[in-house]
Design a protein. Structure first.
Lengths: 272, 354
């Protein structure tokens, strides 16, 4: 990574030979993946294939056992001094995380704070790389803007439990956007939603896919994946089996394992 | 699948049974007709479809509930009667001492002890809880050992031990260990007064218990909350105070108030140090006047008053922390009373108009 490219690059994700075990179970067995700046990578695969774990290593919620992850050339969780990798201090890790937004399957909104307070919390207190913290007033203003963007400005004062699942997830997306991240991670964002609420969330993500933010999405919504992805990544048993354009992966998969997985999950989705 | 649902909707056009799935595929005609129709106006509706809006609702009767109420009511009345009429309760003596200066002074001492050792105990308890949850094995085991020791020795023993510290260690000093350098040295007996021994004993004991209460509260908060906060780059201290603790409060408060109320009465154990709080004062007086029961009643009534006031605080503080946990906050007793009065007032007005 030369400094010249770093200036212009925004949100390049490079995952190199990442391994991760929980106890005796190796959930990631040397995964390598590159997501171009502004790109949309959708990771699909059966449960337990390591999709979510891979996603969580990108913002260092999971520490990797081997391999490394870089955002715009900077290692996640480590600093380089000479030929040594130093584990970063908490504050530095938090700084890195402010550039990576994350949306969870169970929303994880703070239930004791209103929708607006949820969105406006982090910009006031999180240490940000090269940017000042926002004042409370500025954070509120920005929060209202973002809630407006996800269509929930009129629910700014509502507590999460007073909102539907779809609305909660849209607030969670607004919260993740509040720090202007280069990269957004979505961990099965619609899996906890009623079928009729799924689309209002997917529509918001579709809008984001058009922006310059890099998106990495783990999902089971194959139709959505085909619409929105630049790259579809198929994972199974801790490895990437196959990756390519949605066209290539969905209509002409090369691997037998990919074919058998899609034959089970895609059929109903494509018949509509 | 969709065809069977359609036939069901057609054969039995009750308004509710038409599924959401059919309304999208099927023309709205047969589904929506009975909804609009109301009382029998829908063409081809079989059977009676009556509108019950004009019928009067008769509440179910509960005769046994009335019998139970009467029995309990009689019992309560009997107790109240005996309390009022039995001269041996000596209510006159109770009234005479209730606001006597010595009693009020004792009461203030009790409140002071409760406030100081309660506050210090919970602050220390919070620190101990964080230590117990930390990743450091040293902090963890120190916290565990603290709770273990102070929960397994009787408060009475702790209290006497602190008061008699001067017997074990004549002087307390601050200096370099294993040398003769002393920065500061004082006689233990001058440092540990009755008050200091009482506060020390109550605080440390309280801290051991509240540490467990606070730890339990923190553990009750979903792990996802911490992850979300960490993913947003919120610093650790802010995560604890702004995200976790307010949510933990809901689990902490009921038990914490239990502890505080226990502490109010627990301060009476300080009488072993001859410290003149409420209970000791009462003892001194009845030893002199021999009016044992009335004076114990005086103390009891004050404890009841303190507990009642604390319960009111508890109600409102718990209500404050239930923001967001319930969809809409329940009415406070005051709001309920106001609502009752206003609806009652409009009721009578409406009846008057009729």
């Amino acid at each position: 990574m030369s400094t010249a490219t770093q200036e212009t690059t925004r949100g390049l994700v490079e995952i190199t030979k990442v391994r991760k075990s929980f106890g005796a179970v190796e959930v990631l067995k040397g995964v390598s993946l590159t997501v171009e700046p502004g790109g949309v990578a959708v990771i699909v695969g059966p449960s337990g294939s390591g999709k979510s774990t891979l996603l969580r290593t990108i913002n260092h919620l999971e520490k990797v056992d081997g391999g490394f992850i870089a955002i715009d050339g900077a290692l996640v969780g480590y600093g380089i001094r000479g030929r040594r990798l130093h584990e970063l201090r908490e504050k530095e890790i938090l700084k890195q995380r402010t550039e990576i937004g994350m949306v969870f399957q169970n929303f994880n909104l703070f239930p004791h704070l209103t929708a607006l307070e949820n969105v406006a919390e982090a910009p006031v207190v999180a240490p940000r790389a090269g940017k000042p913290r926002l004042s409370k007033a500025a954070a509120r203003e920005r929060g209202l803007e973002l809630l407006d963007r996800v269509g929930l400005k009129d629910r700014a004062g509502a507590y999460p439990r007073q909102l539907s699942g779809g609305q909660q997830q849209r607030v969670a997306i607004a919260r993740a956007l509040a720090l202007d991240p280069k990269i957004l991670l979505f961990d099965e964002p619609t899996s906890a939603l009623d079928p009729e609420l799924v689309n209002e969330v997917l529509d918001v993500i579709r809008e984001l896919a058009k922006s310059s933010t890099t998106l990495v999405i783990v999902t089971h919504e194959m139709g959505f994946a085909r619409d929105v992805a630049d790259t579809v990544v198929f994972m199974d048993q801790g490895r990437i089996v196959e990756q390519g354009t949605p066209q290539a992966i969905f209509t002409n998969p090369q691997e037998e394992r990919t074919r058998s997985f899609f034959s089970k999950v895609i059929e109903p989705a494509f018949n509509i | 699948m969709s065809s069977t649902a359609t036939t069901v909707a057609q054969s039995a056009p009750e308004p509710v049974s038409a599924g959401a799935g059919t309304s999208t595929t099927e023309a709205p005609g047969p589904v929506s007709a009975p909804e609009n129709g109301g009382a029998g106006s829908a063409p081809g509706t079989p059977g009676p479809a009556t509108d019950y809006a004009d019928y009067r609702v008769v509440p179910a009767r509960h005769p046994w509930r009335w019998v139970g109420t009467a029995v309990v009511g009689l019992g309560v009345l009997g107790i109240a009667w005996s309390l009022a009429t039995n001269p041996r309760w000596e209510w006159g003596v109770v009234a005479q001492w209730f606001t006597a200066k010595s009693i009020v002074d004792g009461l203030l001492e009790t409140l002071k002890l409760t406030a100081i050792s309660g506050a210090l105990g919970f602050v220390l308890g919070f620190v101990l809880a964080l230590m117990r949850l930390s990743a450091s094995p040293l902090l963890l085991s120190v916290s565990w050992t603290f709770s273990w020791i102070f929960r397994s020795t009787p408060l009475l023993v702790q209290m006497l031990l602190w008061y008699n510290l001067g017997y074990l260690y004549e002087k307390i000093s601050l200096g370099l260990p294993f040398t003769d350098v002393r920065f500061f040295e004082v006689q233990t007996t001058t440092l540990i007064s009755q008050f200091a021994a009482a506060v020390l004993g109550l605080t440390l004991n309280q801290a051991a218990y509240s540490a467990e209460i606070i730890r339990g509260g923190i553990l009750s908060v979903d792990q996802g909350q911490l992850e979300a906060a960490a993913a947003l780059g919120i610093p650790a201290w802010r995560r604890s105070t702004r995200i976790v603790l307010p949510q933990a409060m809901r689990a902490i408060l009921p038990t914490a108030f239990n502890e505080i109320i226990g502490l109010v009465k627990g301060t009476s154990i300080v009488y072993v140090l001859a410290y003149s709080e409420l209970f000791y004062t009462v003892q001194v007086i009845y030893n002199r006047t021999q009016q044992v029961l009335p004076l114990l009643l005086v103390a009891t009534l004050w404890y009841v008053v303190i507990t009642s006031v604390l319960s009111v605080f508890q109600y409102y503080i718990e209500r404050h922390y239930s923001r967001g946990a319930v969809r809409s906050l329940p009415l406070t007793p005051l709001q309920k009373a106001r609502k009752f009065l206003s609806t009652h007032a409009t009721d009578t007005r409406a009846k008057g108009l009729r």
